[in-house]
Design a protein around this ligand. Sequence first.
Ligand code: OGA
Ligand code: MN
Length: 287
Amino acid sequence: MSNNNATDMTFVPATDSVGVEVRGVDLRKPLNNEAFGLLEDAFDRHGVMFVRGQHLEAEDQIAFARRFGELQVNFNSDLYGLPALPEIFVIGNIEEDGKALALKGVGNTWHSDMCYTATPPRATLLYALEVPQLHGLTLGDTCFASAAAAWDALPATMQQQLEGKRATFDFRERKRSRPVSAETVAQYPPVEHPIVRVHPATGRKSLYVMRDDCTAINDLPDDEAQRLIAALAEHILRPEFVYRHQWQPGDLLMWDNCTVQHRAIADYALPQRRCMYRTTIAGNRPR
Ligand code: OGA
Ligand code: MN
């Protein structure tokens, strides 16, 4: 097993545009600043980073996530947080005596986590405990799309038109299927973000537009705004910008909510079980 020397670590890109696998690291063990620096740099540049074959306790996951910044306690921890460790909440479909032990149906449409808040999280981590299998096939993949590669691929004239525009995210108007309580709506008043975000570490630009969450683009008439949102959201999902992660138990994977959008593939049901521990790393106001 690795002692987490920087020289032991290798970085294998998952696609040309997004994702990197790190080998030669054991996240139960401490990471010195040099080793952590390599990981953080790879994460910032590739948008999705994963390590396979881990054997983590909840505390190990929290300690690793904490290296990247303050942790956020998600509102779903009220019902699905680990007892005494609300920094982790459980997503998946597992249940006991008819009672759900995990939040079901998370992220089944393309999105960036908590984009409807004033300070969306820098990153989200999932640690896979149980991955659904059917007839030897793995189900429950997660897809990731690089909104940075999508920005780079736009014609310069289009980029110029988009620079400086801002979008509104209004929870009351959004089109995601999951019903939300009046309390949640009250908790997240409408916010505005730039539709072209600048990554705080790399300076790279990304499109920050989601079809289900952006409810308006400022200064544009509604029909024009809706067409632009749909066109940009669709552009981000071009196959050359997408990495599809097939999970294995023991995978620790994290994504950057500035440069990447993601979507869960809901192609499984009990008795195929899925169970993930989720941690959220706080972020700054988008610029
Ligand atoms: C999330 C999410 C996708 C998945 O945790 O924010 O979108 O595949 N998860 O579980
Ligand atoms: Mn999500």
